[in-house]
Ligand binder design. Structure first.
Ligand SMILES: [Fe+2]
Length: 251
């Protein structure tokens, strides 16, 4: 049975990415793998994460962090809830701009905004997967779990999906899934910076039956958080980012 692995929001956390890749290799060795963007920002290994995904031949889409770093924009496009968060966002963005190589920025700038995938092949009618970072109109929109069915329906219409298809995105760093009119809306959560108070790396595996029926597994993978946190501090990034990894979000 074909499987598809969807991983999002790695955010320069190489330890979390490697743990997810090892887990996926073990449990779904022949899965097609895609990333949903936000490869860099907040942690210490932007170049290494991009190189690892390239080496593993994992295609994907551009997140807001990827495109803002690639184009040297003034801000990462992340939403802050208070002045301190905004200050930290600027520190992360400045550090990432300064420590991401020109070659890596070129790779980030070349990522497509959206990918359409047919796990059973283009010679069959479906199912179709539409892979986004955040939303079909903008990577600054947060598709959170409290969005209405109607909001999701409009998102589905905008990417022309039908019953049995799947729309996947990340950006909020909190995993969830809902079926609306037979369309699967899947937020994969985050590999390298979860915000749901579970520090383990998160990703989604979708098993696709010959009938086209989809079965989703939201996986959580323990990894060496302390090693990733120590790298954050050693890199001169704010210690709050190390604590964020340990707690799976803000305390
Ligand atoms: Fe993100």
């Amino acid at each position: 049975m074909p499987s598809v692995v969807l991983l999002s929001d790695v955010h320069a956390n190489l330890e979390a990415l490697d743990a997810v890749l090892a887990h996926a290799r073990l449990h779904a060795p022949h899965a097609a793998r895609y990333h949903l963007g936000d490869l860099v920002g907040y942690s210490a290994n932007p170049n290494e994460v991009v190189a690892r995904l390239d080496a593993e031949l994992i295609p994907g889409v551009a997140g807001n962090y990827d495109s803002t770093v690639a184009h040297g924009y003034k801000h990462c496009g992340c939403r802050s809830e208070n002045a301190r968060q905004e200050e930290l966002a600027h520190e992360s963005f400045a550090w990432t701009l300064a420590h991401t190589s020109v070659e890596c920025k070129t790779r980030l700038g070349a990522l497509p905004f959206r990918l359409d995938v047919r796990p059973l092949g283009g010679h069959t009618p479906g199912p179709r997967f539409v892979l986004l970072h955040a939303h079909s109109t903008s990577n600054l929109i947060y598709v959170t779990e409290d969005r209405s069915d109607d909001f999701l329906r409009k998102l589905g219409e905008s990417v022309d999906v039908r019953s049995g298809d799947l729309v996947a995105f990340g950006h909020t760093h909190k995993p969830w899934h809902r079926l609306v009119d037979g369309v699967h809306y899947v937020n994969t959560g985050s590999v390298g910076r979860p915000k749901d108070h579970d520090p383990r790396a998160g990703y989604v595996r979708v098993d696709v039956a010959d009938s086209g029926e989809l079965t989703l597994a939201f996986e959580r993978v323990p990894y060496d958080v302390e090693r990733a946190a120590a790298k954050v501090v050693a890199a001169g990034l704010p210690t709050e980012f190390a604590d964020f990894l340990r707690m799976g979000g803000r305390g």
